[in-house]
Design a protein around this ligand. Structure first.
Ligand code: ADP
Ligand code: X2W
Length: 260
């Protein structure tokens, strides 16, 4: 079982939501951890569901450095896809695995403060940890929070937050162990081989070379921020590999370790 007693903050990317088997395996692994007394917070993306819904509504998507430009006329669609469909798809999978979950977003229970990140990105949010009371209550009941990356600013704006950055804020909030699960086995080098460990200067080098880009650049930078803040490594791994999930349940290292 997990050797760590700290809260496990598991972030899953949107592609998981399109894979029944992947969701079932992940929820079984989470149920096993929770049964063993490990507290788990699940944070999710859903970028591919947002893409689908925007296209269905005749909207175009522009991404800047891995972040989706979110104009006012798109936010309702983004909120529906992330805080609605994606969140409920995961709650349904959790229920099937016997997990009692609380579907929530960054806008709930004062968990974070949120503000507009950069005017050029529109309604995209930047969040900072605020108050862990709500999350701690849920966890103390043996329930699993399933959190979408929709935040609400003090001005009352609904904001679209990158889900890796959402997970970063929650991991800091509860002083947890962050694991970022994606559809790739970890950070890959220029030849597509898995890199087992990366530090700050190696990351900077690979970003400058264009080997780490787009969503992975955002992810690795989020991981590095938490690794440095906690003084311990953050894992970037895949939800696709059932063996990896088993190793994770046992507290082992999988994928790429981002070093502080
Ligand atoms: N060096 C790299 N290693 C692995 N993936 C990379 C790398 N550079 C860019 N990527 C891209 O980043 C994607 C993962 O980021 P993202 O799509 O945001 O995932 P998620 O939805 O799981 O958060 C990969 O599927 C891949 O297309
Ligand atoms: C601002 C921003 O880019 N928000 C993301 C939120 C979802 C997300 O991060 O989904 P994945 O984890 O599946 O990539 C988006 O709109 O796609």
């Amino acid at each position: 079982m997990m050797t760590t007693k700290s809260v496990l903050v598991l972030k899953v990317g949107g592609a998981l939501l399109q894979c029944e088997m992947g969701m079932a395996r992940l929820m079984d692994a989470a149920a096993e951890m929770i049964a063993a007394g490990q507290q788990v917070i699940l944070v999710h993306g859903g970028g591919c569901l947002v893409d689908e819904q925007l296209t269905a509504n005749g909207k175009e998507t522009i991404k800047l450095d891995g972040l989706r430009v979110t104009p006012a006329d798109q936010i309702a669609i983004v909120v529906g896809a992330l805080a609605g469909s994606s969140n409920k798809i995961l709650q349904a999978a959790a229920a099937k695995a016997g997990i009692v979950s609380i579907g929530m977003s960054l806008g709930d229970g004062n968990v974070v403060t949120a503000k507009i990140k950069d005017e050029r990105l529109g309604l995209v949010g930047e969040v900072e940890p605020k108050d862990a009371t709500y999350l701690n209550f849920i966890l103390s009941q043996g329930w699993m929070p399933i959190c979408s990356s929709i935040a609400i600013s003090s001005q009352g704006e609904m904001l679209n937050v990158n889900a890796d950055q959402a997970a970063t804020a929650l991991a800091k909030l509860v002083n947890g162990t962050l694991v970022l699960l994606s559809d790739v086995s970890g950070v890959l080098d220029g030849k597509g081989q898995l890199i087992h460990s990366l530090n700050k200067s190696e990351i900077e080098h690979l970003v400058a070379q264009g080997v780490i880009e787009k969503g992975m650049k955002v992810k690795v930078e989020a991981a590095l921020e938490v690794a440095q803040w906690m003084g311990k490594p953050v894992q970037v791994a895949s939800w696709r590999d059932a063996e990896q999930l088993k190793t994770l349940v046992k507290g082992g290292s999988v994928g790429t370790q981002i070093q502080p």
